[in-house]
Ligand binder design. Sequence first.
Ligand code: Z5A
Length: 209
Amino acid sequence: MASGCFVTVEGGEGAGKTTQLAFMRAYLEQAGRRVTPTREPGGTPLGEEIRALLLGHRHDGMALATETLLMFAARAEHLERVIRPALATGHWVLCDRFTDATYAYQGGGRGLPAQRIAILEDWAQGTLRPDLTLVFDLPVEMGLERVGRRGAADRFEREEKAFFERIRAVYLDRARRHPDRYRIVNADRPVEAVRAEVETILAGWLERC
Ligand code: Z5A
């Protein structure tokens, strides 16, 4: 059986990833593909417990190394229990954030050298990388305004604007350096316009996976 396609969605706060992932799943299922939607940090029972530690406020001020290693601990479990088995049985895996988020948040946002992240990436993932990564891009103020409307902020959402500007810069830089794998999607448009572009991109991948 052919291996499925590994698609990740990335971007800053409020970029519309979760909204678009639901459309992506529906589009692919309509096209006859089997889909495993998932997210990081999380995606497994253990990963979801780690997510609660990472996003909650019980451990405000946790060390950067701790934060990064917890992201990769959740990811190792996710790869072993969900991502690799799903790909091996021909499913498309649609993952709301993955290792690009570690480069953007722990690397760009918090200052961890990218080389350290690359070591963990190689260790946890071996040669596995997403086939396609959609980077939903929009001005930081706009994304923060969108998430601000929904109330309580998590441990990341409490950061200052400069933190999110650095994150945006890392995503755009990674996407521009590897245009074969990444697509930058302008998320500063109505939901339906973004959806139409995403579906056009996916249509181009249906033959490949
Ligand atoms: N993190 C990390 O630091 N390192 C890592 O390695 C990984 C993650 C994997 C996970 O949070 C956090 O973990 C994340 C990075 C960090 N930082 N934070 N916070 P999360 O999963 O809870 O949150 P998120 O990934 O940032 O997603 P989000 O804030 O929920 O946003 P979104 O999924 O991109 O957007 P949405 O939920 O689809 O939409 C947000 C709102 O905007 C909602 O009211 C929508 O109705 C609205 N929306 C969506 N699209 C539009 C358009 N086009 N126009 C207008 N309004 C829209």
